[in-house]
Write a protein that binds this ligand. Structure first.
Ligand code: NAD
Ligand code: ZN
Ligand code: ZN
Length: 319
């Protein structure tokens, strides 16, 4: 499928690649186009494509391309494919006028999904996949890290019926975004601690569900310290290197820790679409995460803004 790119989202992976750190130099073999979060229009359909895709349809792209023949792929658990190839990381990506992807990776979007919203389905999918690991109705939820994904997870948790949604970060700018998206309480861990916040909310036993969305060892330790016994923790944030965990606490408090990667293909996509389609509150909350929009020609400014941290999601307009 050939897609004309209309919007592309910037994420931490792109900053690593553009900054050409050790991971980038090891992973990418230039010349290669980067970018993996995008929304666009189908302009050409391969002759062997048997699906319902047609020229002119508006679509979002799933950036993980799976093999189709490993054990998990055959079982329908494509997000667990052992041969996943990353758009814009291992192959040419979407910071371009056109991007070519397998038909299976193309999610047809209805008219009521505007281009900006369509461009954040990849990170919204990370937030949804993480937040919906366990039922949230009536539970107290702690989210560490108010980056774009943490903020969207707060909106999903609110939508999914959590009692209290508490979000931590080091940045007041980002915590304000989390408040706007539906968090009941935001905590700047440089000034306040979670034990006090629990008291303020009248919580007596600790959080039931934790979503780690910062990649910070300090945040993970804080999260583990504030879980109720039997609490469940989904970890999406990617740490820079291995780090110690208080395993004594995990064991004696019978915590469940679960790593999360990508999105479920395509159950997460289905759930995102149906939740957005039935809740204007959720739609507005997700849209509020997009704080900056730049024409693609100003991509350097887009990268500088994303690097500053004084932003939510940064979108480049390729139309
Ligand atoms: N597992 C996956 O498939 C997957 C996919 C996408 C992103 N990620 C990871 O998920 C995380 C969230 O993504 P994002 O785009 O929102 O990232 P981001 O870097 O924009 O946000 C991370 C936030 O964590 C905050 N933070 C740092 N230290 C903290 C601490 N001690 N306590 C609380 N907050 C702290 C930062 O200030 C920042 O706002 C990142 O680590 C990213 O690498 C994982
Ligand atoms: Zn991304
Ligand atoms: Zn596979």
């Amino acid at each position: 499928m050939l897609i004309r790119v209309l919007r592309a989202g910037l994420c931490g992976t792109d900053l690593h690649l553009e900054g050409w750190d050790a991971w980038a130099a090891e992973t990418v073999h230039p010349p290669q186009t980067i970018g993996h979060e995008c929304y666009g229009e189908i302009v050409e359909v391969g002759k062997d494509v048997r699906s319902a895709h047609r020229v002119g349809q508006r679509v979002s792209v799933e950036g993980h391309q799976v093999c189709g023949y490993c054990r998990n792929c055959l079982a329908g658990r494509r997000h667990l494919c052992i041969n996943t190839v990353g758009l814009g990381v291992n192959i040419d990506g979407c910071f371009a006028d056109f991007v070519a992807v397998p038909a299976m990776n193309v999610w047809i979007q209805p008219d009521w999904i505007d281009p900006d919203l369509g461009a954040v389905f990849d990170p919204l999918g990370n937030a949804t996949h993480t937040a919906l690991q366990w039922p949230m109705v009536g539970e107290d939820v702690l989210i560490t890290g108010a980056g774009p994904i943490g903020v969207m997870a707060a909106a999903i948790a609110r939508h999914a019926g959590a009692r209290y949604v508490v979000v931590t970060d080091l940045s007041d700018y980002r915590l304000n975004l989390a408040s706007g998206a539906g968090a009941d309480l935001v905590v700047n861990v440089q000034r306040n601690n979670l034990a006090d916040c629990q008291r303020e909310l009248g919580m007596r036993e600790g959080f039931d569900i934790g979503l780690e969305m910062s990649g910070s060892p300090a945040a993970t330790a804080e999260l583990i310290n504030n879980m109720n016994h039997g609490g469940r923790v989904a970890l999406l944030g990617l740490p820079k290197e291995p780090y110690p965990i208080d395993w004594g606490k995990v064991i004696t408090h019978m915590l469940t820790l679960r790593g999360i990667y990508g999105r479920e293909m395509f159950e997460t996509w289905y759930l995102m679409s149906s939740m957005l389609g039935t809740s204007d509150t959720l739609k507005d909350a997700v849209r509020s995460v997009i704080t900056h929009r730049f024409p693609a020609a100003d991509w350097q400014q887009a990268f500088t803004t994303a690097r500053s941290g004084e932003c939510g999601k940064v979108i480049m307009d390729w139309s």
